[in-house]
Design a protein around this ligand. Structure first.
Ligand code: C5P
Length: 134
């Protein structure tokens, strides 16, 4: 099965809320709430993909990010196997702007369970709550 490498990021604001983004109409998993990010292009290092994707999707410049512990998503979709590390970012420049998604929301970690998320993203919620608190 084809392997697809994706980076995703939990952007955390000063109130300890997490940014989630609603996938656009016309794309796979439309309407579901995901951690923003996207595919690692051939030749890119994952951190370069993270910086590029968050700039394209949210108009921000990531200043510092680290890999969140115990949050490497792995999910077998029908036509590919997705591997997706989750990054944590608290430092960025520029206003968060909706560029590609239907909607953006800042939510408390404990409220993430109430959102419909892609099957690769949902298992990341418990370790994220462990890390950030509810
Ligand atoms: O965003 P994009 O469509 O390029 O992502 C490629 C695939 O990776 C999606 O079709 C989706 O299945 C998966 N994905 C995911 N969770 C994310 C981002 C992408 O499951 N946060």
């Amino acid at each position: 099965m084809k392997l697809t490498l994706v980076v995703a990021c939990a952007l955390i604001d000063a109130d300890n809320r997490v940014l989630v983004a609603q996938r656009p109409e016309g794309k796979a998993l439309a309407g579901l709430w995901e951690f923003p990010g996207g595919k690692i292009e051939p030749g890119e290092r994952p951190e370069q993909s993270l910086i590029r994707e968050l700039n394209e999707e949210l108009g921000i410049t990531v200043k510092e990010a680290c890999l969140a512990p115990l949050t490497f998503a792995s999910h077998a979709y029908e036509s590919f196997h997705l591997l997706m590390p989750l990054w944590i970012c608290r430092r960025w420049e520029g206003p968060v702007t909706r560029k590609e998604h239907q909607d953006l929301r800042w939510v408390r970690p404990g409220k993430l369970r109430e959102l419909a998320m892609p099957p690769a993203d949902a298992p990341l919620i418990p370790p994220l709550i462990e890390l950030l608190g509810p």
